[in-house]
Design a protein around this ligand. Structure first.
Ligand code: UDP
Length: 399
């Protein structure tokens, strides 16, 4: 079995693995610590699971500590999350107190010894009170803080400013801070089940197994059933395209039974779709990585018609599979879709239909944009680039 990092040589830009090894030598033997508030579920945990073994292989001794909280703490940090993303929230004194108390307790129970620590998101931010002497601490913000509820940001800011650096995922998420701020895009792992190469038979078996015949072009959107992802707008766009092009629409997503909004959105999509044998609404479990991979590879065009989006990993996933993406002109979609080169950005169902028709009328354009999309994703959105950014920052902070 090849060393883990070597497996990335074939899929990453030339020189990537060697460059990572060089960077690794600069921080070899250093200890790195990640702290977040969950080991499973969500993008942060997923990326850490894939990133840590690579860091270890490069000689960085990497540990991952997870905060333990109370129900009130998790309710509070969920409210913080919503408030920082611009949703009005009522946060009481008790909630602030529980947040601080859980952090004080964890500061005593967690092992925070490391040369460099990356503290993810607001939940563990106050751990900065327990930073060991000489350690370098980075606050890594994964959420959209472009228009935060001021009171919550003002509460968190005194913790953040004591870090040695902060990282955010998009330029517009940067805050006015007296510490250096870095921009690090999220990433996808090209070797995971969600993104690895699949044989044509594996794609057809998986997609047909989901009840989707491969007899005509497939328009696809993979997303949680969430209003911000605008699945109803995607159905409208499909209807306009369908007038001139025979195609299928697949909307694949998950909805938890305890998420009333997810069920409500799904119902609205079902209603919008009506009885159309060419529209497939797939409610997939969170483990359906291979299924999502196969659907993205089987698709002719991928939509991500969000009206609001943090980064939009589904876009990177589709670009990596060589698909033109038609996406909402918002958030991270705009750094991933270069209009005319990797796809098109739109503000309406009409716009989405217009570009879908343009592509369906011109298979060569689909192929060209698909090739460019894949190379664009290869350069910018793979996990090796993410690792490079983190190692570079470590080198900088440990100088
Ligand atoms: N995803 C999934 N199952 C679903 C819907 C989405 O596994 O039913 C995955 C999708 O492939 C992507 C992630 O969840 O990796 C969604 O990330 P994104 O940044 O696009 O949106 P978010 O859901 O975080 O708003």
């Amino acid at each position: 079995m090849k060393a883990l990092l070597e497996q990335y040589r074939e899929v990453t830009p030339p020189g990537t693995v060697d460059f990572l090894r060089q960077l690794g030598r600069r921080v070899e033997g250093k200890q790195m610590l990640h702290v977040n508030s969950t080991r499973y579920g969500g993008g942060v945990a997923e990326i850490l699971h894939r990133l840590l073994p690579l860091m270890e292989e490069l000689g960085v001794k990497t540990r991952w500590e997870v905060l333990t909280g109370t129900d009130l703490f998790y309710r509070t940090t969920k409210s913080f999350h919503n408030a920082l993303q611009g949703m009005p929230q009522q946060i009481t004194r008790d909630m602030y107190d529980s947040y601080l108390q859980v952090n004080r307790d964890n500061a005593k129970s967690l092992n925070l010894e490391a040369d460099v620590a990356m503290i993810h998101d607001p939940q563990p931010a106050p751990l900065i009170d327990a930073r060991p002497k000489d350690a370098k601490w980075i606050w890594r913000c994964h959420i959209d803080v472009a228009t935060p509820q001021r009171a919550v940001w003002q509460f968190l800011r005194p913790f953040v400013v004591r870090y040695d650096a902060a990282i955010c995922s998009l330029p517009k998420f940067a805050q006015r801070l007296p510490i250096p701020q870095f921009l690090v895009y999220p990433s996808i792992d090209p070797l995971s089940d969600k993104n690895r190469e699949l044989a044509p038979e594996e794609i057809s078996r998986t997609v047909e197994g989901l009840g989707v015949p491969l007899d005509k072009p497939i328009l696809l959107q993979v997303s949680r059933f969430d209003w911000f992802k605008d699945p109803v707008g995607v159905v409208e766009a499909y209807r306009m395209v369908k007038k001139s092009h025979d195609c299928r629409l697949v909307l694949a997503g998950g909805t938890a039974t305890d998420d009333p909004e997810g069920a409500e959105v799904l119902l609205a999509v079902q209603k919008a779709a009506g009885i159309d044998p060419d529209v497939h609404l797939l409610v997939l479990p969170p483990t359906a990585n291979l299924e999502i991979n196969a659907l993205q590879r089987a698709a002719t065009i991928v939509f991500q018609k969000s009206t609001r989006e943090g980064f939009g990993l589904t876009v990177a996933e589709a670009l990596w599979k060589g698909k033109p993406v038609i996406g909402g002109q918002t958030g991270g979609i705009m750094v991933q879709i270069i209009p005319g080169m990797t796809g098109y950005t739109v503000n309406s169902a009409e716009g989405a239909a217009f570009y879908a028709k343009r592509l369906l009328n011109n298979p060569n354009l689909i192929a060209t944009i698909g090739r460019q999309a894949k190379e664009y994703a290869r350069e910018r959105f793979l996990i090796t680039r993410h690792l490079q950014d983190y190692l570079g920052l470590m080198v900088h902070l440990c100088r």
